[in-house]
Write a protein that binds this ligand. Structure first.
Ligand code: G6Q
Length: 554
């Protein structure tokens, strides 16, 4: 207990719900709840200009939130009473804030510039980070230039990343997000699911002689990844005449576990390392990003890291009330804990960000899906909301109906860019017009008077009224560059940190995931055994297993 408290700061152990600002926010919420954004905007003509913050080229417009200056003041006070600044410093200092696993949380070191110093157990880890980056750069250059050849001498045209969770979602999201910058003469695919369809579809039209696999697994023991990796090995060997020597030309590994990598048959000289102070969902800018670097090239990868770093510096140094990740985190707490909102919608108006909501789902929900505080007691308040979303404008033609006229409050984050990567006639103006129109409609709605004035018959009026007062943030950047992507991801990483720090939970472990990793292992032998197994599960599970055994194809 004593050690835990020391790693997190003494203030953080005072129960959240007992803090002055928390209680004041409860009272304040009663005043704010009946206020409509229409009134708030009418009273303050400059609200839309005033309630914005800008950092590293990202503009956050938070004026369409159900807040006043007093709300901001109290939320900032809450972060001060939660010792947020001290907790940020503890992370950057390399304290073991992931105390349930006794680990530092230092993904910020992955993007620290050469020459910087960040310590884990007294050792500066930045040189190690750059040594791996140099190795990745050399490898990427060789693959991209065609110098790295496959077993038969053919050039590598296809790169398949095999990984799952944090070893997949970041690489897929980043590849899709930065596709515009990728080498179009190469194919990049991502296999994660243990469902054989994922692997089968990924390789069905490929030539093994031109295909390189990156096996990405921090532990190198994850069931799905190891199963897919073995199937990849079989497929590759079958396509290359069964010569074991070919493995060296067609497989590399990204892992912290050299022993398991060697056991699999990959020379550890072809292993790209990272460290236990990098959590899976915070690892897309470590060697886990090797496929990203091969796709977009080392320079673009460096730009991505530079973007991350700029947001890190902003988070570490900017005053709390102008700090983008802090503000985003505080608004999430405001809706989650005071308005009782259960979800947040992530709505990027940028087709290249189509996997961004899925990526953020893991980042936010695996980090803050906790109900026990750092002192081991149950929280008396709600923690991590459900994150979900789709790119705009597609979502507008499906689930936005519920956001506009349903019974739930769903705060939304809209993300948009001023410049298109694929200029095409009027498309971009139309896209952005939709962003602005949606946030406007959500905030201001449409009154019965307005609906009537349009000539709507009385009986139809209630159906066509939009009550409005539905909050949103708008994040506007100039252009989706590698640098901008780094800033955006870091923005959400640190917003997650802010929320976890205030909720007094450990955002950096994932015991729920660990459980899943062991549960299936018990059932696999029961499915595979030739003889009828003695089943000791509940009657439902026993029954399902028996039926599966009877009905399966082999
Ligand atoms: C992320 C989680 C989890 C993890 C995967 C893959 O924070 O820990 O999603 O990334 O379970 O783990 P390996 O990289 O060890 O295969």
């Amino acid at each position: 207990m004593g050690t835990r408290a020391r790693t997190v700061t003494p203030q953080a152990v005072e129960p959240l719900a007992k803090r002055k600002a928390w209680k004041a926010l409860q009272v304040h919420h009663e005043k704010i709840r009946p206020l409509h954004l229409r009134e708030l905007f009418a009273k303050d003509p400059k609200r839309g200009e005033r309630m914005t913050a800008e950092a590293a080229g990202l503009l956050l417009d938070y004026s369409k939130n159900r807040i006043t200056d007093e709300t901001i003041r109290l939320l900032i006070q809450l972060s001060e009473e939660s010792a947020l600044k001290a907790q940020i410093e503890a992370m950057f200092r390399g304290d073991k804030i992931n105390f349930t696993e006794n680990r530092a949380v230092l993904h910020v070191a992955l993007r620290a510039p050469k020459g910087a110093s960040m310590l884990v157990d007294g050792e500066n880890v930045v040189p190690q980070v750059h040594a791996v980056l140099d190795k990745m750069t050399e490898f990427s250059d060789r693959v991209r230039s065609g110098q790295w050849r496959g077993h038969t001498g053919k050039r590598i045209r296809n790169v398949i990343n095999i990984g799952i969770g944090g070893s997949d979602l970041g690489p897929v999201m980043a590849y899709e997000a930065l596709r515009h910058y990728s080498d179009r003469t190469m194919n990049f695919r991502f296999v994660s699911n243990v469902d054989g369809t994922d692997f089968a579809e990924a390789v069905r039209d490929l030539d093994a002689a031109e295909t390189l696999f990156i096996i990405s697994s921090k532990t190198f023991t994850t069931l799905e990844t190891m199963t897919n990796a073995h199937s990849a090995r079989d497929w590759s060997l079958a396509g290359l005449g069964g010569d074991e020597k070919s493995v060296a030309k067609h497989f590399v590994a990204v892992s912290t576990n050299a022993q398991e990598v060697a056991k699999f048959g990959i020379d550890t000289a072809q292993m790209f390392g990272f460290w236990d102070w990098v959590g899976g969902r915070y690892s897309m800018d470590s060697a886990i990003g090797l496929s990203t670097m091969v796709a977009v090239g080392p320079e673009n990868f460096q730009a991505l890291l530079a973007g991350f770093h700029q947001m890190d510096e902003h988070f570490r140094t900017a005053p709390l009330d102008q700090n983008l990740p802090v503000l985003l985190g505080l608004f999430s707490i405001w809706y989650n804990d005071f308005f009782g909102a259960q979800t947040v919608a992530m709505l990027p108006y940028e087709q290249y960000l189509k996997r961004f909501p899925a990526y953020l789902q893991q980042l936010t929900m695996e980090s803050n899906g906790k109900h026990v505080t750092i002192s081991g007691s149950e929280t008396s308040y709600a923690t991590g909301p459900v994150y979900w979303g789709e790119p705009g404008t597609n979502g507008q033609h499906s689930f936005y109906q519920l956001i506009h006229q349903g019974t739930r409050l769903i705060p939304c984050d809209f993300i948009a860019f001023a410049q298109p990567l694929n200029p095409l006639g009027r498309h971009h103006d139309m896209l952005l017009a939709n962003v602005f129109a949606q946030t406007e409609a959500l905030a201001f709605g449409k009154t019965p008077e307005q609906v009537k004035a349009e000539g709507t018959p009385d009986w139809l009026v209630p159906h066509r009224v939009f009550e409005g007062n539905r909050p949103s943030n708008t994040i506007l950047a100039d252009r989706l560059t590698p640098e901008a992507l780094g800033k955006l991801v870091a923005l959400y990483e640190h917003s997650v940190f802010t929320q976890g720090a205030i909720w007094q939970i450990n955002s950096f472990d994932q015991w729920g995931v660990e459980l899943g990793k062991v549960l299936a292992q018990r059932i696999i032998p029961e499915l595979e055994s030739k003889a009828e197994p003695t089943l000791r599960h509940d009657s439902s599970t026993n029954n399902l297993i028996r039926r599966y055994r009877r009905r399966r194809t082999s």
